[in-house]
Design a protein around this ligand. Structure first.
Ligand code: PGA
Length: 289
């Protein structure tokens, strides 16, 4: 994969015979375009973004357009070191799965990452405009997220695992246990090598597309809980190296406060990533930290 080893670096120091490794996690800002932008619109957004973007090695940038626009976006990005990704995939290599897209198809289109377990794929919407009777259509579970992570990492593609609580779960005091269960299910039997290709995005369902951003201190606390859960599954080294993003109504106006929290390594940005000027601003904010 392009610039492998770029994402996290160990900085060693020796004290009283003990070697301490401090992992430097670079920031990451990914745009999730969801079901927006045709291929020609996607190209125009990328061109406008590039006219405002300057490479900064402190931040990894990526776009997840619709499947139909992955190749267009990849071409429009050219040689710039910016990732293109899928919003979902199926774990099977190929076969009778009408309507699905496989990991080899994403890899062939040049994707470097793919979202997994987004709340909208789990049928958990912050702002429900979808009839309850159709929710089964969006049937992602922790088990399917796990299968997708295994398929993606096996092909060297980064998996961005999305986790988050609904408003009801938060109000019932179940935020931490909901997130822990989602991570335990999705990362079950994942080894450390595969985990090096996993990023977790904390996306409180009630903050997605609603304009209600999670308080930065609380988002930071939950991202800290996530790292502890990862540590209990994979050990301290993997947990230290894993990037944990925040997503849910990230905008240029709140990016600085969110991304400067200790446990937040960047953002997964929905609505604001459709505006190339605002998204370039969010990316620049992350790069300046
Ligand atoms: P939002 O979406 O920024 O529009 O709230 C974030 C996401 O769903 O990834």
């Amino acid at each position: 994969m392009e610039d492998g080893g770029w994402e996290a670096e160990g900085v060693g120091s020796k004290e009283a015979g003990l070697v301490h490794i401090t992992v430097m996690r670079r920031k990451m800002v990914l745009g999730n375009w969801k079901m927006n932008l045709t291929s020609s619109e996607s190209k125009a957004v990328i061109q406008e973004f590039l006219s405002r973007w300057e490479f900064n090695e402190n931040v990894r940038v990526g776009f997840a357009p619709s499947y139909l626009s992955v190749e267009t976006v990849k071409t429009a990005l050219g040689e710039n070191s910016i990732w293109t990704g899928g919003q979902d995939c199926l774990w099977a290599e190929k076969g009778a799965f009408t309507g699905c897209v496989s990991v080899p198809m994403l890899a062939d289109a040049g994707a470097e990452f793919c979202l997994v377990g987004h709340s909208e794929r789990r049928g958990r919407f912050g702002k429900l405009e979808t009839p309850e009777s159709t929710i089964a259509y969006f049937a992602e579970s922790d088990e399917t997220a796990n299968l997708k992570i295994k398929a993606l990492t096996c092909h060297g593609i980064s998996a961005i695992l999305c986790v988050g609580e609904t408003l009801a779960e938060r109000e019932d005091g179940h935020t931490d246990s909901t997130i822990a269960a989602q991570i335990q299910g999705a990362l079950a039997t994942i080894d450390q090598e595969s985990a090096a290709l996993v990023t977790i995005a904390y996306e409180p369902v009630w903050a997605i597309g609603t304009g209600k951003v999670c308080d930065a201190k609380e988002a930071n606390r939950v991202c800290g809980v996530i790292r502890k859960v990862v540590e209990s599954l994979l050990g301290e080294e993997s947990a230290d190296a894993m990037r944990i993003l925040y997503g849910g109504s990230v905008k240029a106006s709140n990016a600085q406060e969110l991304f400067s929290q200790d446990s937040i390594d960047g953002g997964l940005v929905g609505g604001a990533s459709l505006d190339p000027i605002e998204f370039a601003d969010i990316v620049a904010t992350a790069g300046a930290l």
